[in-house]
Design a protein around this ligand. Structure first.
Ligand code: SIN
Length: 173
């Protein structure tokens, strides 16, 4: 396995060294703020919301594929297993790159059967929850703002992220 695929905090804060990073798409999956965060971007009494991937045949999730040095990969994966521990599972997926080529990658997905999977809610409600929640890793709003900014830099359009970002800005005046 050469690649680690990030679609959430990994794209703006990978926290590991890599030789290269490339935009990549995961077909059949959609990024969604449907995972509660009682440990990083919230607390158990007031959890935040973070992204996971949900299956949707006609969708594609664009994100970033990182290629770490091969000899560093085991240590990086061991650290990521700890970082992504609240409901996320490591999965091998097939990525498509901008040039049409494809390759396998490891990614972390929090599936619908995990206890922190909360599913959809109206945009205004999700934005208000994100605006309020603060956890050991910092305010939930920072996560959304950093994700929206990084996706914009990478010229990746994501309707849900953009709607949530606009709703948060409107809430905060
Ligand atoms: C990812 O970034 O790829 C996983 C979800 C997250 O940690 O935000």
């Amino acid at each position: 396995m050469r690649w680690i695929f990030g679609y959430g905090s990994l794209i703006w804060r990978p926290d590991f060294h890599y030789n290269q990073r490339r935009r990549a798409a995961l077909h059949g999956w959609q990024r969604r703020f449907w995972q509660a965060s009682p440990d990083h971007r919230g607390i158990p009494e007031a959890p935040g919301r973070v992204v996971t991937l949900v299956e949707e045949a006609s969708a594609a999730c664009w994100g970033v594929a990182f290629e770490p040095a091969a000899d560093e990969l085991p240590a990086i994966l061991a650290r990521l297993d700890v970082r992504e521990q609240n409901g996320y599972e490591a999965r091998v997926v097939e990525l498509q790159f901008d040039d049409g080529s494809s390759d396998l990658a490891l990614t972390y997905i929090a599936p619908p059967h995990n206890p922190s999977f909360v599913g959809p809610a109206p945009v205004a409600e999700m934005a208000a929850q994100i605006g309020r929640a603060i956890g050991p890793s910092g305010p939930n709003r920072e996560y959304l703002i950093a994700l929206a900014a990084t996706l914009a830099e990478l010229e990746i359009h994501d309707e849900e992220v953009e709607q949530l970002h606009a709703a948060l800005r409107a809430l905060e005046g």
